[in-house]
Ligand binder design. Structure first.
Ligand SMILES: Nc1ncnc2c1ncn2[C@@H]1O[C@H](COP(=O)(O)OP(=O)(O)OP(=O)(O)O)[C@@H](O)[C@H]1O
Ligand SMILES: [Mg+2]
Length: 248
């Protein structure tokens, strides 16, 4: 459903951001990208979203070029920094996705924001919301038109630990109902283990996918203290540490 094939990207005047990345995400699967800061996770996600053109290799969403998949409403994207229209309320921002894409079926923007715990803030403007609230509105904008594929770049990055755990559980519930295919960038190993079928790990400079680990079903749980989850988190941390040796 999401296919990255031998994708490389070298920014002008910058480092080689990613090199020869291969990743295929099956329909209904959630794959997380983990790796140290600057290793090219957001670059890969932007390439999958059609917002960045790779120097080499191809990206496809359900057999389509990402930009075309986007035009057809098959793609929902939420980035690290919320991209909300300042002159529109939370509700109006979520409705904007529907005005632009006019999908055949969609979630109800009001209900969606209520499940995000924003029922009391529907008519607030972005500057009246906390960073975490803005991020939740941002995710609602990405979800509301029911896209087959979701690309999420640290969607819960600015949230406190408990809200983050609650929203992770909530997202799992949504995805179980919608069967969406998801590529998720996160810095949280716990979050990746709780949500993912597989975790792809990148080594830095240039970013290469160096390992892909299967997450056992018992570890994919909202109970982050479950033994299977703790064991998986430890295995992922060990693997990441191999790519980035501890400072002497
Ligand atoms: N528009 C750009 N122009 C030039 N260099 C860029 C650009 N975007 C990213 N880079 C560089 O490419 C590399 C990968 O950046 P990227 O944002 O993909 O990393 P990341 O893994 O998402 O990092 P983080 O975890 O901090 O979000 C970095 O070295 C970064 O400085
Ligand atoms: Mg990033």
């Amino acid at each position: 459903m999401i296919s990255l094939s031998q994708v490389s990207k070298h920014y002008t005047n910058g480092p080689a951001a990613v090199a020869g990345a291969d990743l295929a995400v099956a329909r209904g699967e959630l794959v997380s990208l983990l790796g140290p800061s600057g290793c090219g996770k957001s670059t890969l996600l932007r390439i999958a979203a059609g917002l960045e053109v790779p120097d080499a290799g191809t990206a496809e969403i359900d057999g389509l070029a990402p930009a075309e998949a986007c035009r057809r409403g098959a793609l929902g994207v939420a980035f690290q920094r919320p991209a909300l229209v300042p002159s529109r309320t939370a509700l109006e921002n979520v409705a904007l996705t529907l005005e632009l894409l006019r999908p055949a079926a969609a979630l109800d923007p009001r209900e969606l924001l209520e499940t995000f715990g924003l029922g009391a803030f529907l008519h607030h403007y972005p500057h009246q919301l906390s960073g975490g609230m803005q991020q939740r509105v941002n995710i609602a904008c990405a979800l509301v038109h029911g896209p087959a594929v979701l690309l999420l770049d640290e969607p819960f990055g600015a949230l406190d630990e408990l809200t983050r755990a609650d929203l992770t559980a909530w997202l799992r519930g949504v995805l179980a109902r919608t069967g969406q295919t998801v590529l998720l960038v996160t810095h949280s190993v716990e979050e990746a283990v709780a949500l993912s079928h597989r975790i792809a790990m990148l080594s830095p400079r240039p970013g290469r996918i160096r390992a892909v680990l299967d997450v056992p079903a018992a570890a994919r749980t909202d109970d982050w203290t479950a033994p299977a989850a703790i064991a998986m988190v430890a295995a992922v941390r060990r693997q990441l540490r191999e790519f980035v040796p501890a400072a002497a």
